[in-house]
Every structure is written in C-alpha cells, then in structure tokens.
Design a protein around this ligand. Structure first.
Ligand SMILES: *Cc1c(COP(=O)(O)O)cnc(C)c1O
Length: 233
C-alpha cells in the first residue's frame, strides 16, 4: 500500500509542477510519519524516502535513534522551549518557530552543539485562533529580532492552512504566504533568506505547489489514516 500511495503522491506532484511550470526537484516531499511505528518508517525508507516530518519531540528522538542516520528529520509541530535540547542536533529544519523566546532557546542550544539551527517562521495566515504561528502583521518584527541570533538561520516561512472540503479555498492562504516571503526578501535582512515555503498537506498540496510551495508535508496521503487511540499526548 505504501508503495502505491507514494506513487500516487509523486504523480500528483508531477502534475502540479507541470501545470505551474515548476521543476520536481524544487519541491521537497516531507513524509509526515507521526503516530506511525518505526517499522512503517523503515518500509518507507526502503522505498527511498529520506525526509520525514514529526510533530512530537519524544517521538522524533526515539525514531531518530531507531532508524538509519542518512534520514533528514523535520520538526513540524509546536515546540516547547524546554524540549528544544532533545532535538536540536537531530533535525535538519524546525518549521514551527513563532516567538522570540523560542528562537532564543534554539539559539542557546545550537551554540552548545556548535551548530547553526535552520528554521522556518510559522505564520498563522488564516488567523485561526486554534493555531500556533505569528500573525502576518507581526512577522516583520519577529524576523527582525530573530535575525540577530548568531546560531540561527531563517530559511523561510511555514503555514498550516485550515481544513477545507475544497482545496481551492486554501489557494488564497498559500498565495498570501508567498507574498509575505517576497516582501521580506525585498528587505535584504542579514542572516535571513526566505526562499523556503513549507505549505500544503494531503488535502491541498497540489494547490500549494501551484502557489509556490517548496516543501509539502504529506502524512495521510502516504501512510493512510492515523490512529490516535494508543498514542500518549
Ligand atoms: C500532521 C501534519 C501534517 C500532515 O497532515 P496530513 O493531512 O495527514 O497530510 C502536515 N503538517 C503538520 C504541521 C502536521 O501536524
């Protein structure tokens, strides 16, 4: 099933790239493996998947230990400051930075490991009050402050679009995130490069690619429905 699902996702990515004049290699597929057992990730690994996304620190750290070291791990979920230390040296990219205080902790932990942490700023484009992320009007100020941290590299923006029946409804959200990144790029802030756009999930990644996504986060479309009944929260 995994193999067929991956094939279907690849076909849809190819179609969305083709219809928007984009290249397949400019879109990174992140396989969102949260709640799935290590054996399932291993199966995906054996099919060639090397980029996995997780949203819980403990789960990411456990899977990191259990799986081959050439995997690229992405932290896509809300991150608590006291847990940054458990993943700072394990992840390629943190997608969910939305406050100066969190950035400050990431900077401090990165220094301890003598590394520079790659991050995206999570923007609550849809202004849903259930969501994390900085509001669009606060984005400039936040990026300006974060740009002063020596062990952080801002690489782009991320958003979680609302759940909608028709993916087309989220087109404006993706378009807005891309425009925000163009605005920031035009300011040429030192230490800040906003070329990455992490947007689009199983229900709407086709539209997100058409609107410029460089990273799509696909869980259900690859691994099937998630079962939360036995997962500790
Ligand atoms: C779970 C999750 C996804 C994947 O969602 P699907 O609808 O299963 O593709 C993407 N991004 C984030 C931040 C998530 O938490």
């Amino acid at each position: 099933m995994l193999k067929e699902n991956l094939q279907k996702v690849e076909e849809k990515i190819a179609a969305s790239c083709a219809c928007s004049g984009r290249r397949r290699e400019d879109v990174t597929l992140i396989a969102v493996s949260k709640t799935k057992p290590v054996e399932t990730l291993k199966e995906a690994y054996d099919l060639g998947v090397r980029v996995f996304g997780e949203n819980k620190v403990q789960e990411l750290a456990d899977k990191y230990e259990a799986l081959p070291k050439d995997i690229h791990w992405h932290m896509i979920g809300h991150l608590q400051r006291n847990k940054v230390k458990y993943i700072i040296d394990k992840v390629d990219l943190i997608h969910s930075v939305d406050s100066v205080r969190l950035a400050e902790t990431i900077d401090k932990e990165a220094k301890k490991h003598n590394l520079t942490a790659n991050i995206l700023i999570e923007v609550n484009v849809a202004k849903e009050d259930t969501k994390f992320g900085v509001l669009p009007e606060e984005l400039d100020g936040l990026i300006d402050e974060i740009s002063h941290f020596s062990n952080i590299r801002v690489l782009g923006l991320m958003t979680i679009a609302p759940f909608v029946e028709n993916a087309e409804e989220n087109r404006v959200i993706f378009e807005r995130l891309r425009k925000l990144s163009v605005d920031i790029a035009s300011k040429n802030i030192d230490n800040v490069n906003v070329s990455l756009l992490s947007m689009g999930m199983t229900n709407d990644y086709g539209v997100a690619i058409e609107e410029g996504a460089t990273m799509i986060r696909v869980g259900t479309g690859i691994f099937g429905e998630r079962d939360y009944s036995h997962v500790e929260t």
